[in-house]
Ligand binder design. Structure first.
Ligand SMILES: Nc1nc2c(ncn2[C@@H]2O[C@H](COP(=O)(O)OP(=O)(O)O[C@H]3O[C@H](CO)[C@@H](O)[C@H](O)[C@@H]3O)[C@@H](O)[C@H]2O)c(=O)[nH]1
Ligand SMILES: [Mg+2]
Length: 210
């Protein structure tokens, strides 16, 4: 099997094809070919990141906060136009991912979060996109509500805030109503932590061992 070394990949040229809201680039690079040769390939790279997202959890009441918002790409594919997702946003230049989370949670959800912990740092679609996502989990309680959320109306954001039980949110994954990857990852993470069924855990704890 050939060795695969990062240092053997040489970027030759980078050309910007489009630079409007996001940037699309065509990259030409050299990679090792067979029998000691090298070959040149072209790839397009879409720069739509980096971003950060958060799943706020109220463990006492067994609830999570999600958002529902228009995603025109999903509509173009023939899926629902309004997707249910975790709160997320693009990271402004110079901001740390956790700072983005704090801002987005206030803007989109109207909540102040506590105990913000990073869970994943991942690429959403590395074959075509440079978007790197930082995903967090955080705590919230009813008294942390500081506004109505909804996003920035001047940017055209009309975000609806959903507060759902763990089970109801997971049901939406299983029934295919939640189809956003970062949201499914985070809800799955919550289940793996073993806090996803507080009612069942409580009743099991209180029942006689079988
Ligand atoms: N004018 C203009 N505005 C845009 C465009 N695309 C997005 N916007 C606006 O830019 C803002 C982006 O809002 P954020 O909350 O920062 O991001 P997001 O839409 O939730 O999603 C972004 O972050 C996610 C998490 O990183 C990503 O998954 C997603 O691809 C995107 O980068 C929104 O007001 C949106 O309407 C565009 O092509 N043109
Ligand atoms: Mg957003």
């Amino acid at each position: 099997m050939d060795q695969q070394n990062d240092d053997d990949i040489r970027i030759e040229t980078r050309v910007t094809l489009s630079d409007d809201f996001y940037r699309l680039e065509k990259v030409s690079f050299r990679q090792p070919g067979r029998n000691g040769s090298t070959e040149i390939l072209d790839r397009e790279v879409f720069h739509n990141g980096p971003g950060a997202g958060v799943l706020p959890v109220d463990r006492e009441r067994g609830l999570v906060l999600l958002v529902r918002q228009l995603r025109i790409a999903a509509k173009l594919n023939g899926d629902a136009a309004y997707l249910v997702e975790i709160c997320a946003g693009m990271i402004d230049d110079g901001d740390a991912p956790a700072e983005t989370i704090v801002k987005e949670a206030e803007q989109e959800l109207g909540y102040r979060l506590h105990a913000i912990r990073q869970v994943f740092e991942l690429y959403m679609s590395p074959g075509a996109s440079a978007e790197k996502l930082h995903l967090f989990i955080a705590d919230y309680r009813p008294e942390d509500r500081v506004g109505s959320g909804g996003g920035l109306p001047e940017e055209g954001e009309r975000i609806r805030v959903l507060e759902l039980s763990f089970d109801a949110a997971w049901q939406m994954v299983e029934s295919g109503r939640i189809i956003d990857a970062k949201t499914i990852l985070m809800l799955q993470h919550l289940r793996l932590q073993g806090v996803a069924q507080p009612d069942r855990m409580l009743s099991e704890a209180g029942s006689a061992p079988s």
